[in-house]
Ligand binder design. Structure first.
Ligand code: PMP
Length: 355
């Protein structure tokens, strides 16, 4: 029996996707060749790339609206610098909600002035700042929609005339949003979309081409757009599995259907965290709680050894919190079955009975 995989990323993927991916590794499209042995320029792989790009835009409701979808390499961490390279003339505004925002800020500062509009760092990022001002002269505003490590999530995005750039690595395709409010979205594939090795970038074309600096080809969004995301050899396997995962998302009723399941899972777990006196949620305000990553600690005096052995015996994997928060983190990405959350909740109840 497969483990209940609460890993923060790379993480659980749909079983049907894993099965199809493993078949394609042995024999892709009955070509008597592996997916990873054929040319990325073959018509079979070009079709995969095109379908993956189209599905991404369709799911987000952005098809035909001036956006391009790219599958790039270098992880979301490379987007921290590519965003600034391609968009920053002199000054950009950043919201600091955690480790990944801080890293994005560090890279952007290489290219110009960073105005940090607000930060929750003084409280170890346990809330989402609100009510901040974005300077009128910012070339863009950058935020992180879901803070994977701390378990907070932005529920409402600020209104601004500056292009809105968002790192959605850990909650893309998980909930309905007006995606047209964003001018650039990026996400490493390894949470809701596939294996590590490719990064989805969704960019509104009209925000590009406005900086004077020379941009190295591999870091230039316009170069990748001009080559249909095939400027160099793409991560063929990661793109293929992303395509399969986006097809699977259609079977779940798209983002709308997925959101209902994700809300159900999160409600189930947070209800138990709030009810059970042996646990405490990490996030200060309930409204900021992430639907994807639930962070919690044991109450003082609770028996950690006993809880740890209980969840491990129940076949749960990946529940330990990130070292900068401690405690526990249950990552409930799209492919995690509600039944896995039910198993965790049962363990928490049983732990209370036994304590
Ligand atoms: N942003 C967020 C929100 C993340 O969760 C992560 C990885 N966990 C990253 C960026 C960095 O992604 P990568 O490892 O793909 O560079």
């Amino acid at each position: 029996m497969k483990k209940h995989n609460f890993s923060a990323g790379p993480c659980v993927l749909p079983q049907s996707v894993l099965r199809q991916a493993s078949e394609a590794v042995l024999n892709f499209n009955e070509l008597d060749l592996s997916l990873i042995e054929i040319s990325h320029r073959s018509k079979e792989f070009v079709a995969v790339m095109e379908e993956a790009r189209t599905l991404a835009l369709q799911h987000l409701g952005l098809e035909g609206k001036g956006y391009q979808a790219l599958y790039l390499q270098g992880g979301a961490s490379t987007e921290f610098l590519m965003v600034a390279y391609n968009l920053m003339k002199s000054k950009a505004a950043y919201l600091n909600t955690g480790t990944w925002s801080s890293k994005a800020i560090k890279e952007a500062a290489i290219f110009g002035e960073v105005a940090e509009v607000a930060s929750s760092k003084h409280q170890n990022f346990n809330y989402i700042p609100k009510g901040y001002d974005i300077p009128a002269d910012a070339d863009y505003f950058h935020c992180t929609s879901n803070n994977t490590i701390f378990g907070t999530q932005i529920k409402e995005f600020p209104k601004t005339d500056a292009p809105l750039v968002c790192d959605m690595s850990s909650d893309i395709f998980s909930r309905q949003l007006d995606f047209e409010q964003f001018d650039l979205i990026y996400a490493g594939a390894q949470k809701n979309m596939g294996p590590a090795g490719t990064t989805l970038v969704i960019v509104k074309e009209d925000i590009l081409g406005q900086v004077d600096r020379k941009i190295p080809s591999m870091l230039d969004y316009q170069v990748h757009i001009g080559k249909d995301s095939m400027f160099n050899t793409p991560s063929v396997f990661a793109v293929y599995v992303s395509m399969l995962t986006l097809r699977w998302l259609n079977e779940q009723g798209g983002i709308a259907g997925m959101e209902k399941i994700n809300q159900y899972k999160a409600d189930l777990l947070y209800k138990e965290i709030d009810r059970n006196p042996l646990f405490q949620g990490f996030v200060q305000n309930k409204e900021d709680r992430s639907l994807m990553n639930a962070t919690f600690n044991l109450a003082e005096g609770a028996n950690k050894e006993m809880f740890d052995s209980m969840w491990q015996e129940a076949g749960i994997n990946g529940l330990n919190g990130h070292r900068s928060v401690g405690g526990y983190r249950a990552s409930m990405y799209n492919a995690l079955e509600p039944a896995s959350v039910a198993v965790l909740v049962d363990v928490m109840k049983e732990f209370e009975r036994k304590s």
